[in-house]
Design a protein around this ligand. Structure first.
Ligand code: GCO
Length: 441
């Protein structure tokens, strides 16, 4: 059973739900003619204007907590220029939570950054930790008194993971190019033309041309061909910038609001080695988690985010096993992963843990319910074994803008109509809420 003070809620991120975050880097990137985004975010779910309805729906279903983020580009649209009306907007959101008996858990940075920051070098620039601290101070001086839980940076380890994934794609592309060259040589030798190889070659050429055009568009928008956004692959150097930004933000929060519990969140995979993959799986875990232990030492909690397992072979991460159920994201349906990750984390981190994201993209809400039940059963087993899990936030409160994939991924407990913005709670919302409504503890 979940303990009485357990936070049970849902999560969102400003950029994915608010709409019209015109001062943020992603806004520019979405609008580029050769963008990698499948569609622009535009009004998103108009949560900026409809937060009250959304929070009420969550509260009515029984949820007692809501994790959302503050958009830095709204608060500080130009370097050093703060928009107090936007600060007041977030105060209203926080108060709306409280009025509905919902604990607000605020994330200060969830992937999107002000355009001016990226023009200064973004998450690679030595000046960014100080810029982040200035923004954090501004927010905490005004809103900190109304908050109890703050996440500084969402998925601080994301950049290194993207670097790893990018490297794997590059390897695959090199292998495909070599296979194509060999096949076309063989075809030339016997005088035949393999149409599918020709098509693959043309696609590859198109992709490379688009990349070149996008670089030119980046240069115009950000003054550099490879802008260091939060979602670009990061080097060890830029990873250090992120970690330093967290340390400085934490120190500022401690100084201004000693009552606030502060932490960051990490994206953690349930890394399962197949025979031969043990060394690589161990190395990936070090990159994803162990590497961050010195950074989070002194935090009040760790935010854990998990969606699936990853099987690791000697050569790298393996594809989803044949015949397995896959979600809209192409992830294996594997809700047991959360328990595995919590247990792995607890071996090295003895502080409090909050599951800040866990969820499934699917149109089949019955599978969402099954996913939640399985995941929460794992959380309960961890609690029984004394692992201090303080909360669980399902991703996401509502269907929303899934970055490059646009609106096609449906993670939400609430559906919305993009034309009318009408909300429709799915059965999974009441189901998740029923864990709180049951007599607890
Ligand atoms: C994440 C993200 C979310 C995603 C979610 C589903 O932290 O990765 O917080 O923004 O939408 O993970 O892919």
């Amino acid at each position: 059973m979940l303990p009485k003070d357990f936070m049970l809620g849902a999560a969102s991120a400003a950029y994915q739900v608010e709409g019209n975050n015109t001062h943020s880097d992603l806004w520019l990137m979405e609008q580029m003619p050769h963008t990698t985004f499948s569609e622009p975010s535009l009004d998103a779910c108009d949560h900026y204007h409809r937060y009250e309805e959304d929070i009420r729906l969550a509260a009515a279903a029984g949820l007692n907590a809501y994790r959302f983020s503050i958009e830095w580009g709204r608060i500080e649209p130009e370097e050093g220029v703060f928009d107090e009306a936007e600060v007041e907007h977030y105060r209203d959101v926080i108060r709306c939570c409280r009025a509905n008996g919902v604990e607000p858990v605020v994330t200060l940075h969830h992937f999107s950054s002000p355009i001016w920051l990226i023009r200064k070098g973004g998450w690679d620039a030595e000046t960014t930790p100080a810029d982040f601290e200035r923004y954090v101070r501004h927010v905490m001086e005004r809103l900190g008194g109304e908050l109890s839980f703050v996440c500084t940076i969402n998925e601080a380890n994301m950049g290194l993971q993207i670097a790893r994934i990018a490297e794997r794609y590059a390897q695959q592309a090199r292998a495909a190019a070599a296979a194509m060259a060999a096949a076309s040589q063989a075809a030339e030798a016997d005088g035949a033309v393999d149409e599918s190889q020709v098509q693959m070659g043309l696609n590859l050429k198109k992709m490379m041309e688009n990349q070149q055009l996008q670089k030119a568009e980046n240069k115009e928008a950000f003054g550099t061909e490879d802008p260091q956004t939060f979602q670009s692959p990061r080097s060890r150097h830029s990873d250090e910038v992120v970690c330093e930004a967290h340390r400085r933000a934490r120190a500022a929060i401690r100084e201004l609001c000693p009552h606030v519990k502060v932490g960051l969140t990490l994206s953690l995979h349930d890394l399962q080695p197949v025979p031969g993959g043990e060394a690589l799986a161990a190395a990936e875990w070090v990159d994803e988690f162990t590497h961050y232990l010195p950074v989070i030492e002194g935090d009040d909690f760790l935010g854990v985010q998990n969606y699936t397992r990853t099987r690791v072979g000697a050569e790298g991460d393996l594809p989803v096993p044949e015949g397995a159920e896959v979600t809209q994201m192409g992830y294996e349906f594997y809700p047991q992963a959360l328990e595995h990750v919590l247990r792995a984390v607890a071996k090295e981190w003895t502080g409090d843990i909050i599951v800040t994201e866990n969820g499934i993209g699917t149109d089949d809400d019955a599978r969402r319910v099954a996913f939640i039940d399985e995941a929460l059963a794992g959380v309960e087993r961890c609690l029984d074994d004394g692992i201090p899990v303080k909360g669980y936030f399902y991703w996401s409160l509502m269907d929303n803008f899934e970055w490059q994939k646009g609106y096609s991924m449906r993670f939400g407990l609430i559906a919305f109509d993009r034309a009318t913005q009408e909300r429709s709670p799915k059965p999974s919302l009441a189901h998740l809420g029923s864990y709180v409504k049951k007599p607890l503890g």
